[in-house]
Design a binder for this molecule. Structure first.
Ligand code: PEP
Ligand code: MN
Length: 448
C-alpha cells in the first residue's frame, strides 16, 4: 500500500465540514506532528481483509448469515492484558458457537476491539462535588481521572491508541489462528466458567453436542480446515477523524482508499449528520461501514445516508445498527425498514439493544436491565418477521469478566450489587454469563 497524493487531495474534503465531538487540542502543532508520525506507520489491517469482511456482511444483508458484533463500550490502555483480551474473545467465541449450532446460521464475528478508544459524549463537562471539568472522551483523548490535568486532550494519546490497537490485534490474530479457536476446543473455552454459572452449564451441554457432531464427522473422514481457526474482524467507532485519516491509505491493488485502523468502522448516533465531516469521511473509504440509527431517525435520513454511503447499492457495504430502546423499537423500526427495503437498498440490519436502554440507578451507576436488552432484540425480530426482512445481527457491549454493570440475567445481578465490580471505562457491559444467556435466547428467536 502506498499513499497516493492525488486521492489524498480529494480525500481532504471532510476537513472543510463541521466535525462533531472532536477534541480541542491546546497545541495544534503537536497534533500535526502526531498525525504525520501515524501516517508513516504500517497498516493495522489490510484492504483485502476489509473486502473479505464486506463479502461476509453481504451474506448478512442477503439473509444468509448473522452478524455478532461485540466488545467494550470503551477499551482502556490499562486493560490490554492477555487475560482480559482472551476473556472477551472467549465470550464472543462461545456466543458464536451457540448461535451457529443452535440457530444453524453462519456467524460473522466482529469485535468492538483493537481501536475502540474514543467516546462521543452527550455533555461537554462533568460536575462532581461542585467542581466542573471537561468530560472524559476515551483514552485516545484524555484521562478518566477527575483532575484538570488529566482532562486536557493530549494528541500523544493517539500514538498509544495505535500501539494498543496493534498489540491487541496481534494477540487476537494469534488466538484466532493459532489453535485456540479450533472448534475442537469448544469445551476448553468454558472450563473456568462451567462450575459456577447456569449459563456455563447450559453451554457445556451444547458443547457436548458439538463434540458429538465433530466426532461423527471425523469418523466419516471429514475434518475441514475451517474448524481449526476462526475468521475474526476488528471494528470501532470512527470518531477522531485526525486519527482515522492518518491511517487511511490507498490500496495499491485498486487505487482506492481504505481506513486501515480496523476492518469495519461505524459512525455513531451523535456524528451521523448528512452534511458533517464523519459521513463525508466514511463516504470516501472502501471499508464496510456501520451507521447507528437512534429513535429520531426519519426514513428520509436513512435513505439519504444510503445515497451518500452506498451509491452503488453494494451488499455488505452498509450496515444500519439500530438503537431505539425497548419501548420504542416496535414503533420506530417498521417504517425505516419498510422504506429502505422498498428503495431496493441492500443494507444489513443489526440491533444494538444497549444504547437505547441506559438509565441511572439510585446509587448513581449508569446501568441497563438485561430484560430491556432482551426485549429490544425481541422487538427487532418481531418487526423483521412482520415485514419479511432479515434480522441480520446484534451489536452488544460486553466483557469476558464477571463484572456487575448490567442488572438481571440468569445469575441475577441486583441494583444493590452494581458497586461490587463496576469497572467499565464508559457504558455498562453485559458480563460473560449475561452474554451467553443472550446468545441462547437470540438463537431461539432466530430459529422460531
Ligand atoms: C457506542 O456504541 O458506545 C455509542 C456511543 O453508541 P451510539 O452512537 O449509538 O450512542
Ligand atoms: Mn457505549
Amino acid at each position: 500500500m502506498t499513499v497516493n497524493a492525488d486521492s489524498s487531495i480529494s480525500f481532504d474534503s471532510w476537513r472543510d465540514l463541521p466535525a462533531a465531538q472532536q477534541p480541542e487540542y491546546p497545541d495544534p502543532a503537536a497534533l500535526r506532528a502526531v498525525t504525520e508520525e501515524l501516517a508513516g506507520y504500517p497498516p493495522l489491517v489490510f484492504a483485502g481483509e476489509c473486502d473479505q469482511l464486506g463479502d461476509r456482511i453481504a451474506e448478512v444483508a442477503q439473509g444468509r448469515a448473522f452478524l455478532l458484533q461485540g466488545g467494550d463500550c470503551a477499551e482502556a490502555f490499562d486493560q490490554v492484558g492477555a487475560d482480559q483480551i482472551r476473556a472477551k474473545l472467549k465470550t464472543l467465541l462461545q456466543m458464536s458457537a451457540v448461535l451457529t449450532y443452535a440457530a444453524a446460521v453462519p456467524v460473522v464475528k466482529v469485535g468492538r476491539i483493537a481501536g475502540q478508544y474514543s467516546k462521543p459524549r452527550s455533555k461537554p463537562t462533568e460536575t462532581r462535588d461542585g467542581v466542573t471539568l471537561p468530560t472524559y472522551r476515551g483514552d485516545s483523548v484524555n484521562g478518566a481521572e477527575f483532575t484538570e490535568e488529566a482532562r486536557v486532550p493530549d494528541p500523544s494519546r493517539l500514538l498509544r491508541m495505535y500501539n494498543s490497537s496493534a498489540a491487541t490485534l496481534n494477540l487476537v490474530r494469534g488466538f484466532t489462528t493459532g489453535g485456540y479457536a479450533d472448534l475442537h476446543q469448544v469445551h476448553s473455552w468454558n472450563q473456568d466458567f462451567v462450575r459456577n454459572s447456569a449459563a456455563g452449564q447450559r453451554y457445556e451441554a451444547l458443547a457436548r453436542e458439538i463434540d458429538n457432531a465433530l466426532n461423527f464427522m471425523r469418523a466419516c473422514g471429514a475434518d475441514p480446515a475451517e474448524f481449526q481457526s476462526v475468521e475474526f474482524y476488528a471494528s470501532h467507532e470512527a470518531l477522531l477523524l485526525d486519527y482515522e485519516a492518518a491511517l487511511t491509505r490507498t490500496d495499491s491493488r485498486s487505487g482506492r482508499l481504505y481506513d486501515v485502523s480496523g476492518h469495519m468502522v461505524w459512525i455513531g448516533e451523535r456524528t451521523r449528520q448528512l452534511d458533517g465531516a464523519h459521513i463525508e469521511f466514511a463516504s470516501r473509504i472502501q471499508n464496510p461501514i456501520g451507521v447507528k440509527l437512534g429513535p429520531t431517525t426519519t426514513p428520509e435520513e436513512a435513505l439519504a445516508l444510503i445515497d451518500r454511503l452506498d451509491p452503488e447499492r453494494r451488499p455488505g457495504r452498509l450496515t444500519f445498527i439500530t438503537r431505539m430502546g425497548a419501548d420504542r423499537i416496535r414503533d420506530r423500526l417498521p417504517t425505516l425498514v419498510e422504506k429502505v427495503t422498498a428503495s431496493g437498498a441492500p443494507v444489513a440490519w443489526v440491533c444494538d439493544p444497549m444504547h437505547g436502554n441506559t438509565f441511572e440507578a439510585a446509587s448513581g451507576h449508569k446501568t441497563r436491565r438485561f430484560d430491556d436488552v432482551l426485549d429490544e432484540v425481541k422487538g427487532f425480530f418481531e418487526v423483521h418477521k412482520g415485514l419479511g426482512t432479515h434480522p441480520g445481527g446484534i451489536h452488544v457491549e460486553l466483557t469476558g469478566d464477571d463484572v456487575t454493570e448490567c442488572v438481571g440475567g440468569g445469575d441475577e445481578i441486583f441494583v444493590d450489587d452494581l458497586h461490587q465490580r463496576y469497572e467499565t471505562a464508559c457504558d455498562p457491559r453485559l458480563n460473560r454469563s449475561q452474554s451467553l444467556d443472550l446468545a441462547f435466547l437470540v438463537a431461539e428467536m432466530y430459529r422460531s
